[in-house]
Design a protein around this ligand. Structure first.
Ligand SMILES: [Zn+2]
Ligand SMILES: [Zn+2]
Length: 234
């Protein structure tokens, strides 16, 4: 009842075009249809593969697989999603994160074994103060609640402030992210999902998976909202 009253006073408005949203969501059907799905992706790193090839893994994963076990990223890092994510990160539009969470919830695959927890990629304390929130934590929280999986944003820390990675190539990114994370497995986790808003080359999530597995965690998967069309070897 209360929800209906609030919806009448503040009807959902599409954050992209300003039309009325779909139900109580701030994104209309037409704009959602513009978001690009990551349909044929590598089963390990989620990089988009050409529709024409009938293969499950990209060449890089066949040659030298990443440290994490598997990645799931249902959307491509392309417009208009790219703009929405950038508004959250660089314009502190916290209210957009709920739309992003809903995009993930609508695309969740059948999950047979639930992880012990989801760890959002942590921000350095300085970046967290600048932005006021960790966008990965805000996006994944409603998803984890929906799946009934705990979110752990305390066991993992970003101990070093690294430079923003945009504009760096894969080798520079790997170097930039080295020894940045610290993880304490006092909870005795066996299976962890790392969540990042965007996988660009995969160097960040791969480094975090390395740090987590060093503490005895058997399986580490990566979930991300959006996947860029780049690989960490490039
Ligand atoms: Zn719209
Ligand atoms: Zn791959």
């Amino acid at each position: 009842m209360l929800k209906r009253i609030i919806q009448t006073i503040y009807p959902a408005t599409c954050i992209l075009c300003g039309a009325s949203g779909a139900g109580d969501r701030d994104l209309c059907h037409a704009c959602e249809a513009d978001i690009v799905e990551n349909r044929s992706a590598c089963c390990t790193c989620a990089i988009p593969l050409p529709d024409t090839v009938n293969q499950q893994f990209c060449g890089q994963c066949l040659q030298k697989p990443p440290v994490y076990d598997a990645a799931w990223s249902p959307l491509l890092y392309a417009q208009p999603l790219e703009w929405m994510i950038q508004q959250v990160k660089f314009n502190s539009r916290l209210s957009f994160t709920r739309v992003l969470s809903d995009l993930l919830i609508a695309r969740l695959p059948q999950i047979e074994v639930l992880p012990d927890c989801i760890i959002p990629v942590p921000l350095h304390a300085r970046r967290l103060t600048e932005r006021g929130f960790n966008q990965s934590l805000e996006v994944i929280r409603p998803v984890a609640k929906y799946l009934n999986i705990p979110v752990d944003h305390k066991s993992c820390r970003r101990k070093k402030h690294s430079q923003p990675q945009s504009g760096m190539n894969a080798r520079q990114r790997r170097q930039n992210i080295k020894d940045v994370f610290e993880f304490d497995n006092r909870m005795g986790y066996q299976y962890i999902v790392i969540f990042d808003d965007v996988i660009t080359t995969g160097s960040t999530v791969n480094e975090l998976a390395r740090v987590i597995k060093r503490q005895g965690v058997k399986r580490v998967d990566v979930w991300a909202l959006a996947r860029a069309d780049k690989n960490y070897s490039v």
